[in-house]
Design a protein around this ligand. Structure first.
Ligand SMILES: C[C@H](O)[C@H](O)[C@@H](O)C(=O)CO
Ligand SMILES: [Mn+2]
Length: 420
Protein backbone atom coordinates (compact mmCIF):
# COMPACT_ATOMS: atom_id res chain seq x y z
CA UNK A 1 0.00 0.00 0.00
CA UNK A 2 1.24 3.48 -0.81
CA UNK A 3 2.62 5.31 2.21
CA UNK A 4 0.11 8.15 1.85
CA UNK A 5 -2.78 5.68 2.07
CA UNK A 6 -1.27 4.08 5.16
CA UNK A 7 -0.97 7.46 6.83
CA UNK A 8 -4.42 8.66 5.71
CA UNK A 9 -6.03 5.50 7.11
CA UNK A 10 -4.05 5.86 10.33
CA UNK A 11 -5.18 9.48 10.79
CA UNK A 12 -8.82 8.34 10.63
CA UNK A 13 -8.22 5.38 12.92
CA UNK A 14 -6.41 7.57 15.41
CA UNK A 15 -9.47 9.84 15.61
CA UNK A 16 -11.83 6.91 16.11
CA UNK A 17 -9.76 5.58 18.99
CA UNK A 18 -9.33 9.07 20.44
CA UNK A 19 -13.14 9.40 20.58
CA UNK A 20 -13.06 6.55 23.10
CA UNK A 21 -10.23 8.10 25.08
CA UNK A 22 -7.48 5.93 23.55
CA UNK A 23 -4.14 7.52 22.67
CA UNK A 24 -2.80 5.41 19.81
CA UNK A 25 0.59 7.16 19.88
CA UNK A 26 1.11 6.20 23.53
CA UNK A 27 -0.01 2.65 22.70
CA UNK A 28 2.54 2.41 19.89
CA UNK A 29 5.31 3.69 22.13
CA UNK A 30 4.40 0.98 24.65
CA UNK A 31 4.36 -1.66 21.91
CA UNK A 32 7.81 -0.64 20.70
CA UNK A 33 9.18 -1.35 24.18
CA UNK A 34 7.99 -4.99 24.26
CA UNK A 35 10.64 -7.51 23.18
CA UNK A 36 9.56 -10.86 21.80
CA UNK A 37 12.05 -13.68 22.25
CA UNK A 38 12.46 -15.50 18.93
CA UNK A 39 13.09 -19.22 19.46
CA UNK A 40 16.11 -20.63 17.63
CA UNK A 41 14.43 -24.02 17.25
CA UNK A 42 11.86 -22.86 14.68
CA UNK A 43 14.73 -22.32 12.22
CA UNK A 44 15.96 -25.93 12.06
CA UNK A 45 13.21 -28.16 13.48
CA UNK A 46 14.87 -28.34 16.94
CA UNK A 47 17.94 -29.96 15.34
CA UNK A 48 20.80 -28.03 16.95
CA UNK A 49 24.48 -28.38 16.08
CA UNK A 50 25.78 -31.18 18.23
CA UNK A 51 25.70 -33.62 15.31
CA UNK A 52 25.32 -36.65 17.59
CA UNK A 53 22.62 -38.18 15.41
CA UNK A 54 20.43 -38.62 18.52
CA UNK A 55 16.68 -38.60 17.88
CA UNK A 56 14.75 -35.53 19.07
CA UNK A 57 12.87 -37.44 21.79
CA UNK A 58 11.53 -35.76 24.90
CA UNK A 59 8.01 -36.19 23.56
CA UNK A 60 8.67 -33.49 20.95
CA UNK A 61 7.75 -33.99 17.30
CA UNK A 62 8.31 -31.80 14.26
CA UNK A 63 6.36 -32.64 11.11
CA UNK A 64 7.05 -31.47 7.56
CA UNK A 65 9.98 -31.36 5.20
CA UNK A 66 9.95 -27.87 3.71
CA UNK A 67 13.23 -27.25 1.87
CA UNK A 68 15.86 -24.80 3.05
CA UNK A 69 16.34 -25.72 6.71
CA UNK A 70 19.35 -24.07 8.36
CA UNK A 71 22.22 -26.57 8.66
CA UNK A 72 24.77 -24.45 10.49
CA UNK A 73 24.74 -21.70 13.08
CA UNK A 74 25.72 -19.17 10.40
CA UNK A 75 22.74 -20.21 8.29
CA UNK A 76 20.43 -20.05 11.26
CA UNK A 77 21.65 -16.56 12.18
CA UNK A 78 21.18 -15.42 8.59
CA UNK A 79 17.63 -16.80 8.58
CA UNK A 80 16.88 -15.14 11.91
CA UNK A 81 18.22 -11.86 10.50
CA UNK A 82 15.84 -12.22 7.56
CA UNK A 83 12.91 -12.72 9.92
CA UNK A 84 13.88 -9.99 12.39
CA UNK A 85 14.24 -7.50 9.53
CA UNK A 86 10.51 -7.64 8.80
CA UNK A 87 9.15 -7.66 12.32
CA UNK A 88 8.83 -4.18 13.87
CA UNK A 89 10.60 -3.53 17.18
CA UNK A 90 13.75 -4.62 19.02
CA UNK A 91 13.63 -8.22 20.10
CA UNK A 92 15.46 -11.10 21.75
CA UNK A 93 16.69 -14.49 20.64
CA UNK A 94 16.26 -17.67 22.61
CA UNK A 95 18.94 -20.35 22.24
CA UNK A 96 18.90 -23.98 23.21
CA UNK A 97 22.08 -25.47 24.68
CA UNK A 98 22.26 -27.88 21.71
CA UNK A 99 22.96 -24.90 19.41
CA UNK A 100 26.57 -24.59 20.57
CA UNK A 101 29.46 -23.95 18.16
CA UNK A 102 32.41 -25.87 19.53
CA UNK A 103 33.93 -27.43 16.42
CA UNK A 104 34.25 -30.70 18.36
CA UNK A 105 31.95 -32.83 20.52
CA UNK A 106 31.36 -31.25 23.94
CA UNK A 107 29.35 -33.03 26.60
CA UNK A 108 26.35 -31.15 27.88
CA UNK A 109 27.73 -30.99 31.41
CA UNK A 110 30.86 -29.36 30.05
CA UNK A 111 29.30 -26.44 28.16
CA UNK A 112 30.98 -23.10 28.57
CA UNK A 113 30.26 -19.53 27.45
CA UNK A 114 32.94 -19.70 24.73
CA UNK A 115 30.88 -22.37 22.95
CA UNK A 116 28.25 -19.68 22.37
CA UNK A 117 30.58 -16.77 21.58
CA UNK A 118 29.38 -16.62 17.96
CA UNK A 119 25.81 -16.13 19.18
CA UNK A 120 26.81 -13.49 21.71
CA UNK A 121 28.78 -11.54 19.05
CA UNK A 122 25.83 -11.73 16.68
CA UNK A 123 23.33 -10.58 19.32
CA UNK A 124 25.60 -7.72 20.45
CA UNK A 125 26.05 -6.47 16.88
CA UNK A 126 22.30 -6.29 16.45
CA UNK A 127 21.29 -5.06 19.92
CA UNK A 128 19.35 -8.27 20.57
CA UNK A 129 18.83 -9.68 24.04
CA UNK A 130 19.60 -13.39 24.49
CA UNK A 131 17.70 -16.07 26.39
CA UNK A 132 18.82 -19.63 27.03
CA UNK A 133 17.39 -23.13 27.46
CA UNK A 134 19.18 -26.21 28.78
CA UNK A 135 18.54 -29.16 26.46
CA UNK A 136 17.13 -32.14 28.37
CA UNK A 137 16.31 -34.25 25.30
CA UNK A 138 17.99 -35.64 22.15
CA UNK A 139 20.70 -37.29 24.23
CA UNK A 140 21.50 -40.92 25.19
CA UNK A 141 21.10 -40.07 28.89
CA UNK A 142 17.57 -38.79 28.22
CA UNK A 143 16.42 -41.83 26.26
CA UNK A 144 14.63 -43.38 29.24
CA UNK A 145 12.38 -40.31 29.34
CA UNK A 146 13.90 -39.20 32.66
CA UNK A 147 16.62 -36.62 33.33
CA UNK A 148 16.61 -34.49 36.51
CA UNK A 149 14.12 -36.89 38.11
CA UNK A 150 15.97 -40.03 37.00
CA UNK A 151 16.18 -42.80 39.60
CA UNK A 152 19.92 -43.21 38.94
CA UNK A 153 22.04 -40.74 40.91
CA UNK A 154 24.75 -40.68 38.22
CA UNK A 155 22.33 -39.74 35.46
CA UNK A 156 20.73 -37.13 37.69
CA UNK A 157 24.15 -35.67 38.49
CA UNK A 158 24.98 -35.36 34.78
CA UNK A 159 21.79 -33.38 34.17
CA UNK A 160 22.30 -31.25 37.29
CA UNK A 161 25.75 -30.35 35.94
CA UNK A 162 24.16 -29.50 32.60
CA UNK A 163 21.77 -27.11 34.34
CA UNK A 164 24.61 -25.50 36.31
CA UNK A 165 26.65 -25.05 33.10
CA UNK A 166 23.67 -23.50 31.33
CA UNK A 167 23.04 -20.91 34.04
CA UNK A 168 26.67 -19.82 33.66
CA UNK A 169 26.21 -19.48 29.91
CA UNK A 170 23.04 -17.45 30.59
CA UNK A 171 24.90 -15.17 33.00
CA UNK A 172 27.68 -14.67 30.44
CA UNK A 173 25.05 -13.48 27.93
CA UNK A 174 23.60 -11.09 30.49
CA UNK A 175 27.06 -9.74 31.26
CA UNK A 176 28.05 -9.31 27.63
CA UNK A 177 24.77 -7.82 26.44
CA UNK A 178 23.89 -5.77 29.52
CA UNK A 179 20.39 -7.24 29.84
CA UNK A 180 19.50 -10.28 31.95
CA UNK A 181 19.18 -13.58 30.18
CA UNK A 182 16.21 -15.78 31.10
CA UNK A 183 17.37 -19.39 31.35
CA UNK A 184 14.28 -21.56 31.07
CA UNK A 185 14.25 -25.09 32.45
CA UNK A 186 11.96 -27.60 30.82
CA UNK A 187 12.48 -31.34 31.37
CA UNK A 188 10.42 -34.07 29.69
CA UNK A 189 10.46 -36.52 32.62
CA UNK A 190 7.33 -38.62 32.85
CA UNK A 191 5.61 -41.94 32.26
CA UNK A 192 3.55 -43.22 29.36
CA UNK A 193 1.31 -45.25 31.65
CA UNK A 194 -0.05 -44.90 35.13
CA UNK A 195 2.82 -44.72 37.62
CA UNK A 196 2.96 -46.72 40.81
CA UNK A 197 4.79 -43.85 42.49
CA UNK A 198 4.07 -40.23 41.60
CA UNK A 199 5.75 -38.86 44.70
CA UNK A 200 9.36 -39.99 44.57
CA UNK A 201 10.18 -38.64 41.07
CA UNK A 202 8.80 -35.25 42.17
CA UNK A 203 10.98 -35.31 45.26
CA UNK A 204 13.98 -36.17 43.08
CA UNK A 205 13.17 -33.38 40.62
CA UNK A 206 12.90 -30.85 43.46
CA UNK A 207 16.25 -31.99 44.89
CA UNK A 208 17.93 -31.82 41.48
CA UNK A 209 16.56 -28.33 40.85
CA UNK A 210 17.83 -27.22 44.27
CA UNK A 211 21.29 -28.44 43.28
CA UNK A 212 21.11 -26.71 39.88
CA UNK A 213 20.08 -23.42 41.51
CA UNK A 214 22.32 -23.71 44.58
CA UNK A 215 24.70 -20.95 43.49
CA UNK A 216 23.08 -17.54 43.45
CA UNK A 217 23.54 -15.55 40.24
CA UNK A 218 23.09 -11.79 39.99
CA UNK A 219 19.55 -11.33 38.59
CA UNK A 220 20.86 -8.50 36.45
CA UNK A 221 22.75 -11.20 34.53
CA UNK A 222 20.53 -14.27 34.63
CA UNK A 223 17.06 -15.19 35.85
CA UNK A 224 15.85 -18.79 35.99
CA UNK A 225 12.44 -19.91 34.78
CA UNK A 226 10.76 -23.29 35.22
CA UNK A 227 8.26 -24.65 32.67
CA UNK A 228 5.50 -27.13 33.43
CA UNK A 229 3.70 -29.50 31.09
CA UNK A 230 0.58 -31.64 31.35
CA UNK A 231 1.69 -34.45 29.05
CA UNK A 232 3.93 -35.26 26.11
CA UNK A 233 4.27 -38.04 23.56
CA UNK A 234 5.28 -40.99 25.74
CA UNK A 235 4.42 -39.20 28.98
CA UNK A 236 0.66 -39.18 28.56
CA UNK A 237 -0.14 -40.40 32.07
CA UNK A 238 2.28 -38.48 34.22
CA UNK A 239 4.71 -35.58 33.89
CA UNK A 240 6.86 -35.03 36.94
CA UNK A 241 7.10 -31.27 36.39
CA UNK A 242 3.39 -30.53 36.34
CA UNK A 243 1.84 -27.06 36.71
CA UNK A 244 1.18 -27.46 40.42
CA UNK A 245 4.73 -28.74 40.98
CA UNK A 246 6.40 -25.78 39.31
CA UNK A 247 3.98 -23.16 40.60
CA UNK A 248 4.89 -24.24 44.11
CA UNK A 249 8.59 -24.48 43.28
CA UNK A 250 8.67 -21.04 41.67
CA UNK A 251 6.88 -19.40 44.59
CA UNK A 252 9.07 -21.03 47.21
CA UNK A 253 12.36 -20.43 45.39
CA UNK A 254 11.71 -17.09 43.67
CA UNK A 255 11.91 -18.41 40.10
CA UNK A 256 10.01 -17.22 37.07
CA UNK A 257 7.18 -19.54 36.14
CA UNK A 258 6.92 -20.32 32.44
CA UNK A 259 3.37 -20.86 31.19
CA UNK A 260 3.36 -22.52 27.77
CA UNK A 261 0.04 -22.06 25.97
CA UNK A 262 0.23 -25.64 24.69
CA UNK A 263 0.98 -27.32 28.01
CA UNK A 264 -2.46 -27.58 29.55
CA UNK A 265 -5.66 -29.46 28.80
CA UNK A 266 -6.61 -28.79 25.16
CA UNK A 267 -9.43 -26.38 26.07
CA UNK A 268 -7.57 -24.73 28.96
CA UNK A 269 -6.15 -21.31 28.12
CA UNK A 270 -3.33 -19.60 29.99
CA UNK A 271 -4.84 -16.09 29.89
CA UNK A 272 -6.83 -16.54 33.09
CA UNK A 273 -3.76 -17.85 34.92
CA UNK A 274 -1.74 -14.65 34.46
CA UNK A 275 -3.40 -12.46 37.10
CA UNK A 276 -3.75 -15.43 39.47
CA UNK A 277 -0.08 -16.40 39.29
CA UNK A 278 1.17 -12.81 39.43
CA UNK A 279 -0.55 -12.45 42.81
CA UNK A 280 2.27 -14.62 44.18
CA UNK A 281 5.17 -14.32 41.75
CA UNK A 282 7.06 -11.23 40.66
CA UNK A 283 7.52 -12.30 37.04
CA UNK A 284 6.27 -14.70 34.41
CA UNK A 285 7.62 -16.09 31.16
CA UNK A 286 5.00 -16.93 28.55
CA UNK A 287 5.72 -19.50 25.86
CA UNK A 288 3.42 -18.34 23.12
CA UNK A 289 2.40 -21.38 21.15
CA UNK A 290 -0.73 -22.83 19.51
CA UNK A 291 -1.80 -26.34 20.36
CA UNK A 292 -4.22 -27.97 17.96
CA UNK A 293 -5.97 -30.87 19.70
CA UNK A 294 -2.72 -31.52 21.60
CA UNK A 295 0.59 -29.72 22.25
CA UNK A 296 1.21 -29.64 18.52
CA UNK A 297 3.25 -26.41 18.56
CA UNK A 298 1.53 -24.86 15.54
CA UNK A 299 2.62 -21.43 14.35
CA UNK A 300 1.00 -18.72 16.44
CA UNK A 301 -1.90 -16.95 14.71
CA UNK A 302 -4.20 -14.15 15.83
CA UNK A 303 -6.63 -16.40 17.69
CA UNK A 304 -9.01 -15.47 20.49
CA UNK A 305 -6.63 -17.29 22.87
CA UNK A 306 -3.70 -15.13 21.82
CA UNK A 307 -5.76 -11.95 22.08
CA UNK A 308 -6.93 -12.98 25.54
CA UNK A 309 -3.31 -13.48 26.69
CA UNK A 310 -2.34 -10.02 25.45
CA UNK A 311 -5.47 -8.46 26.98
CA UNK A 312 -4.73 -9.97 30.37
CA UNK A 313 -1.15 -8.71 30.38
CA UNK A 314 -2.14 -5.20 29.31
CA UNK A 315 -5.34 -4.90 31.35
CA UNK A 316 -3.53 -6.05 34.48
CA UNK A 317 -0.67 -3.58 33.82
CA UNK A 318 1.79 -6.47 33.87
CA UNK A 319 3.93 -5.50 30.89
CA UNK A 320 6.97 -4.99 33.12
CA UNK A 321 6.50 -8.39 34.76
CA UNK A 322 5.75 -10.66 31.81
CA UNK A 323 8.22 -11.83 29.17
CA UNK A 324 7.08 -13.19 25.85
CA UNK A 325 8.84 -16.06 24.08
CA UNK A 326 7.70 -17.79 20.92
CA UNK A 327 7.55 -21.59 21.11
CA UNK A 328 6.45 -23.61 18.11
CA UNK A 329 8.08 -25.53 15.30
CA UNK A 330 6.56 -26.12 11.90
CA UNK A 331 8.64 -27.74 9.18
CA UNK A 332 5.77 -27.84 6.67
CA UNK A 333 6.07 -24.17 5.65
CA UNK A 334 8.88 -21.69 5.05
CA UNK A 335 10.61 -21.53 8.44
CA UNK A 336 11.50 -17.83 8.17
CA UNK A 337 7.87 -17.02 7.38
CA UNK A 338 6.81 -19.13 10.39
CA UNK A 339 8.86 -16.89 12.69
CA UNK A 340 7.48 -13.75 11.07
CA UNK A 341 3.83 -14.85 11.16
CA UNK A 342 3.98 -15.80 14.84
CA UNK A 343 5.86 -12.68 15.93
CA UNK A 344 3.70 -10.28 13.93
CA UNK A 345 0.55 -11.94 15.28
CA UNK A 346 1.75 -11.65 18.86
CA UNK A 347 2.58 -7.97 18.35
CA UNK A 348 -0.82 -7.36 16.72
CA UNK A 349 -2.53 -9.00 19.69
CA UNK A 350 -0.55 -6.75 22.04
CA UNK A 351 -1.43 -3.69 19.97
CA UNK A 352 -5.12 -4.64 20.01
CA UNK A 353 -4.93 -4.83 23.79
CA UNK A 354 -3.03 -1.55 24.07
CA UNK A 355 -5.65 0.37 22.05
CA UNK A 356 -8.60 -1.12 23.86
CA UNK A 357 -10.73 1.38 25.82
CA UNK A 358 -10.30 -0.68 28.97
CA UNK A 359 -11.57 2.13 31.20
CA UNK A 360 -14.91 2.08 29.37
CA UNK A 361 -15.25 -1.70 29.72
CA UNK A 362 -14.39 -1.53 33.42
CA UNK A 363 -16.92 1.23 33.97
CA UNK A 364 -19.66 -0.92 32.42
CA UNK A 365 -18.57 -3.91 34.49
CA UNK A 366 -18.52 -1.98 37.75
CA UNK A 367 -21.98 -0.64 37.03
CA UNK A 368 -23.18 -4.21 36.60
CA UNK A 369 -23.99 -3.49 32.95
CA UNK A 370 -22.89 -6.83 31.53
CA UNK A 371 -25.05 -6.33 28.45
CA UNK A 372 -23.10 -3.17 27.69
CA UNK A 373 -19.77 -4.88 28.43
CA UNK A 374 -20.53 -7.66 25.96
CA UNK A 375 -21.97 -5.36 23.30
CA UNK A 376 -19.04 -2.93 23.42
CA UNK A 377 -16.45 -5.75 23.53
CA UNK A 378 -17.85 -7.17 20.33
CA UNK A 379 -18.00 -3.78 18.57
CA UNK A 380 -14.35 -3.17 19.46
CA UNK A 381 -13.33 -6.22 17.45
CA UNK A 382 -14.04 -4.50 14.13
CA UNK A 383 -12.39 -1.15 14.88
CA UNK A 384 -9.49 -0.29 12.52
CA UNK A 385 -6.68 -2.12 14.35
CA UNK A 386 -5.12 -2.90 10.96
CA UNK A 387 -4.68 0.78 10.10
CA UNK A 388 -2.79 1.38 13.36
CA UNK A 389 -0.66 -1.73 12.80
CA UNK A 390 0.17 -0.71 9.22
CA UNK A 391 1.23 2.74 10.42
CA UNK A 392 3.43 1.11 13.07
CA UNK A 393 5.12 -1.11 10.47
CA UNK A 394 5.59 1.89 8.18
CA UNK A 395 7.18 4.03 10.90
CA UNK A 396 9.45 1.16 11.93
CA UNK A 397 10.66 0.66 8.36
CA UNK A 398 9.30 -2.86 7.89
CA UNK A 399 6.96 -3.95 5.08
CA UNK A 400 3.30 -3.01 5.48
CA UNK A 401 0.61 -5.69 5.17
CA UNK A 402 1.29 -8.89 3.28
CA UNK A 403 4.24 -7.36 1.41
CA UNK A 404 6.69 -8.79 3.92
CA UNK A 405 6.06 -12.08 2.14
CA UNK A 406 7.77 -10.68 -0.98
CA UNK A 407 10.96 -10.32 1.07
CA UNK A 408 10.69 -13.88 2.37
CA UNK A 409 10.03 -15.25 -1.11
CA UNK A 410 13.11 -13.40 -2.43
CA UNK A 411 15.19 -14.80 0.44
CA UNK A 412 13.86 -18.26 -0.35
CA UNK A 413 14.85 -17.94 -4.01
CA UNK A 414 18.26 -16.41 -3.34
CA UNK A 415 19.35 -18.25 -0.20
CA UNK A 416 17.16 -21.12 1.00
CA UNK A 417 16.81 -22.72 -2.43
CA UNK A 418 20.58 -23.23 -2.58
CA UNK A 419 20.59 -25.45 0.53
CA UNK A 420 20.33 -28.89 -0.96
C1 LIG B 1 12.24 -26.90 22.56
C2 LIG B 1 11.72 -26.29 23.87
O1 LIG B 1 12.53 -26.54 24.93
C3 LIG B 1 10.36 -26.78 24.13
O2 LIG B 1 9.46 -26.33 23.15
C4 LIG B 1 9.77 -26.50 25.52
O3 LIG B 1 9.71 -25.15 25.85
C5 LIG B 1 8.44 -27.09 25.44
O4 LIG B 1 7.49 -26.38 25.37
C6 LIG B 1 8.33 -28.56 25.40
O5 LIG B 1 7.06 -28.97 25.09
MN1 LIG C 1 7.55 -24.28 25.87
Amino acid sequence: MAAEHTERDYARARERYAEMGVDTEAALAALAAIPVSFHCWQGDDVGGFEDTGAALGGGLAVTGNYPGKARTADELRRDADAALAIVPGTHRFSLHASYLEAGRPVERNDLRPEHFAGWADWACDRGLGLDFNPTYFAHPLAESGFTLAHADAGVRRFWVEHGIACRKVGASFGDRIGRACVTNFWVPDGYKDTPADRRTPRERLARSLDEVFADPIDPRLNCDAVESKLFGIGSESYVVGSHEFYLGYAIRHGKLLCLDAGHFHPTEGIADKISAVLMWLPELLLHVSRGLRWDSDHVVTLTDDLRAIAQEVVRGEYLGRVRFGLDYFDASINRVAAWVIGARCLLKALLAALIEPTALLRQLELAGDFTGRLAVSEELKTLPLGAVWDHYCHTKGVPVGRHWLDDVRRYEREVLANRT
